[in-house]
Design a protein around this ligand. Structure first.
Ligand SMILES: Nc1ncnc2c1ncn2[C@@H]1O[C@H](COP(=O)(O)OP(=O)(O)OP(=O)(O)O)[C@@H](O)[C@H]1O
Ligand SMILES: [Mg+2]
Length: 226
């Protein structure tokens, strides 16, 4: 099927469309940040939900008042940032605390991400969302999902090298994320990051051209992998 045959007869949209947006996801250490930088270098606006979450829980962050109200003043460190070690310990001891924290954070992350996207100056928006399939309603908010994919053995090796973590801890984090095969099935597009960094460039180039083309259209994006 060609794009033009599919879209030529579509009526014009009644309202001006939201900017074309891609969700970028992938397991820990697969190369999301590496890939995001490469799209940014080509003119996409990257909205990084990890950075947003960090700012929300930093000194003076917009989530801190609600966190203190919900969990107590002892969860704010002296500088006003979230006491991350204390929160990690609480969530470990009391798993329901995770849902209480996420109920505070997720709507704020979403609102801040959408606000950032609304002022984006790039040719299209990429939301970097590590847990896109695992949490929230990101899938419904983006036109396409791009997964960065690599074998699990490489994830483990990269994160052990980068963070100095023991293998068991990397595997424990991976166990909280969707399995590789399911992520591959759920994504519209895949970047394979099992070779050298240099192997990424042609893949990013192809996808960037595709996303630029989609961003100029006002009609429905086909859901099949292209
Ligand atoms: N193709 C590659 N070859 C060698 N090293 C790589 C490759 N891709 C990424 N790396 C390295 O592996 C590590 C993980 O990559 P990156 O930080 O981009 O992954 P990520 O998916 O953003 O990780 P996280 O989930 O922790 O945010 C980094 O140190 C990065 O430099
Ligand atoms: Mg990253």
């Amino acid at each position: 099927m060609t794009m033009s045959a599919d879209t030529a007869a579509a009526p014009p949209p009644a309202v001006s469309p939201a900017p074309f947006a891609v969700g970028l996801t992938g397991g820990i250490g697969c190369g999301k940040s590496t890939v995001a930088d490469m799209f940014a270098a080509r003119g996409a606006t990257i909205v990084d939900t990890d950075q947003i979450a960090h700012a929300l829980t930093g000194p003076g962050g917009d989530a801190m008042a609600a966190i203190v109200a919900e969990f107590g003043a002892e969860f704010a460190a002296a500088d006003g940032a979230l006491d991350r070690a204390r929160m990690r310990a609480l969530v470990f001891a009391e798993p329901a605390a995770k849902a209480r924290l996420e109920a505070i954070l997720h709507p704020r992350i979403r609102d801040a991400a959408l606000a950032a996207a609304a002022t984006a100056t790039g040719s299209y928006v990429i939301y970097a969302v590590p847990l896109l399939f695992e949490s929230g309603s990101w899938r419904a908010r983006v036109a396409r999902v791009l997964a960065v994919d690599c074998p699990e053995s490489l994830q483990i090796a990269r994160v052990m090298a980068r963070n100095g973590l023991p293998e068991a801890q990397v595997k424990a984090i991976m166990a909280t994320q969707v399995p590789r095969q399911l992520r591959r099935e759920l994504a519209d597009d895949i970047v394979s990051n099992e070779g050298d960094i240099a192997d990424l460039a042609p893949q990013i180039e192809r996808l960037h051209d595709l996303y630029l083309a989609f961003s100029k259209r006002t009609t429905t994006i086909p859901s099949q992998r292209l």
